[in-house]
Design a binder for this molecule. Structure first.
Ligand code: ZN
Length: 353
């Protein structure tokens, strides 16, 4: 393998166990990404930050494997589109959110996502819920606008005015941002990039050498560094005050931020390839569908899905570090090795070409 060829992250065999599809978990810097239903089951990627309780979900297929405890910590759900296998876990999620009090969960998706979610909520009789129903803020993301709808079980939906988009960012958080592009699958589909902030490491040996005990001041230091306020003063355990810039130079190592990209359900067209290549450029972790093998190219084209070869070519063109191919057709359940072999051959042959 050469330096520019992505490493393929594979699910272990057997792909199906007595409890369901074999899940696939991948660490990437400060996050852990968990493909809940493996590479054959419904798309559902759970992303957990090591430093925080909150989780993000990408797609919401069958969610039965996620506990209520996990679903209580979800702050944002990024849907690619509303085909059944990408949204059917919403009712399980809705039920989990009926006990306890949480801030509204944000859900993003292509145009009409708020209608789809609203219709799923309205399929339930809410006569006993009064004001205690779960709440969702849903963003219909089009090329030029984001339109938020405020949905609360048992209450009429409120649709807000469309907000013009100035860039491709849909979610901005102090520790990460999420960008998206629209792809064509016969209907609009969104692909997402999660960019997370640089990792700030405190050198324990240098801390000991300066006789500084760890404490809340380190949390303050990291926060001020993330905010870029290097002139601020931090109070140290010994009572002295020191400038953030000086503490950074003495104690801190900053690892560059990483990028995780999630893309599934789109046709192999030049425009889709160009948009995704740009979104996934230099990604550390690229979750990309590889639904069909080359022998089933006709089905791939008819259903507007990728072949393993197209997946490999996009990953190479985007120069990603690690490729996690998934959303394989169930026709390959008993020969997953053949799909991975085709991906590896495609990576090698394209690179040599
Ligand atoms: Zn689809």
């Amino acid at each position: 393998m050469t330096g520019s060829q992505p490493e393929i992250v594979q699910v272990s065999e057997p792909v199906r166990t007595s409890s369901g599809w074999q899940p696939l978990t991948v660490g990437a810097g400060p996050v852990t990404a968990h493909l809940v239903n493996g590479v054959f089951g419904d798309p559902l990627l759970e992303v957990k930050f090591k430093s925080r309780r909150e989780r993000l979900l990408f797609d919401l297929g069958d969610a039965a494997m996620l506990s209520r405890r996990v679903l209580h910590t979800v702050t944002d759900v990024f849907l690619t589109h509303a085909h059944f296998d990408h949204i059917c876990g919403f009712l399980h999620f809705l039920r989990a959110r009926m006990t306890g009090e949480y801030p509204p969960c944000r859900i993003y998706g292509p145009p009409h996502t708020a209608d789809h979610i609203g219709n799923l909520i309205d399929g339930i009789a809410w006569d006993r819920i009064e004001d205690a129903g779960p709440e969702f803020h849903v963003a219909d993301v089009s090329t030029d606008f984001i339109t938020w709808s405020l949905l609360k079980a048992g209450h009429p939906a409120k649709r807000l005015e469309p907000q013009p988009r100035s860039d491709d960012v849909v979610c901005q958080h102090p520790e990460y941002q999420v960008q998206c592009v629209e792809l064509d699958h016969g209907i609009p589909v969104l692909a997402y990039a999660l960019n997370y902030s640089p990792e700030i490491h405190i050198d324990r040996a240098r801390l000991d050498a300066l006789e500084l005990a760890p404490g809340d001041w380190i949390t303050d230091l990291k926060r001020l560094l993330r905010e870029g306020d290097i002139q601020a003063l931090v109070e140290l355990p010994n009572g002295e005050r020191e400038m953030v810039a000086a503490l950074r130079d003495a104690l801190v190592t900053v690892l560059p931020g990483k990028r995780l990209v999630y893309a599934t359900d789109f046709a192999d067209t030049p425009q889709n390839r160009a948009r995704l290549r740009s979104l996934a450029a230099e990604a550390d972790l690229f979750f990309c569908e590889a639904t069909f093998c080359a022998a089933d190219l006709i089905q791939a084209n008819d259903t507007r899905h990728l072949t393993a070869r197209a997946c490999a070519e996009i990953a190479l063109a985007a120069r990603v570090a690690r490729l996690v191919p998934f959303h394989f057709s169930k026709r390959y359940t008993d020969r997953v090795g053949a799909v991975y072999a085709e991906l590896s051959e495609a990576l090698a042959s394209v690179e040599q070409a």
